[in-house]
Design a protein around this ligand. Sequence first.
Ligand SMILES: [Zn+2]
Length: 266
Amino acid sequence: MEKSIFKPFLTVVVLMVLATLALAFTVDVKLEDAPGVVTVLPDQLDNWVGNELRFCHNKKCYENTPAQGQYYIRDLEFPDICPDCGEQLYSMSWAEYDALPKDTEFVKSAYTNAAGERMFTSIVLSGRERNSIHRPERCLVGQGNTIMDEYVHEVPMPGRKPLKVMVAVLERPYNLPDGKTKTYYSYYAYWFVGQDRETPSHYARMFWLGWDRVVRSVAHRWAYIAVSSKREAEGRDYEKGLDDFVQKLYPAILVKDSPLKASPSP
Ligand SMILES: [Zn+2]
């Protein structure tokens, strides 16, 4: 019975979305170049100390170094020179560089606090092409993770509504030197930010991308922000550390006059 009531509405909604997306790819719009966040991760966020990552694109360094050509900037004598081969270092790995449009901006850092917790953080800012940001779950599974659970978590934000982030609860097997297998328990939290919009949903971002192109004649340079760390095998105790970190990170990377600082998007 319920199905027959909702079916016509659902059809209309689906048609509207399809029409919006169809228009989005045919209507000529000016690209609003100003992004909603900066692609700079601060050296320090209160009690969290950052260490940015750099990547060597020389395949020999990828194959022959334990960290696969990945270096922490605080360990480097010269911030942009590979200590192993002397070539230039980049802010993204060669695989990411190959896969992404060249105007994509990318920054990654690992933050640690006095308790020894470590937060891996990244900002990907899309360029003029639309395919800079993929559905994150695809990459997580590609890296050998199993997604045990996924849910929207609200991070309390002083002075405004909570920030909704998508949390993927992960586990991944890894081998010890003695041949035994252990499990690495982690989580991966992410959200997307346009100029005046934020959403934890990849599909909502796709919708706003189409909607804003048609209705407001603007196209955002969407940013994709991710924070990940390890967790206990059971429970959600990690949310405390996640909240603390995101409360400090997010206001620091929003552009100066961002409307998202005080009031969230609809
Ligand atoms: Zn190198």
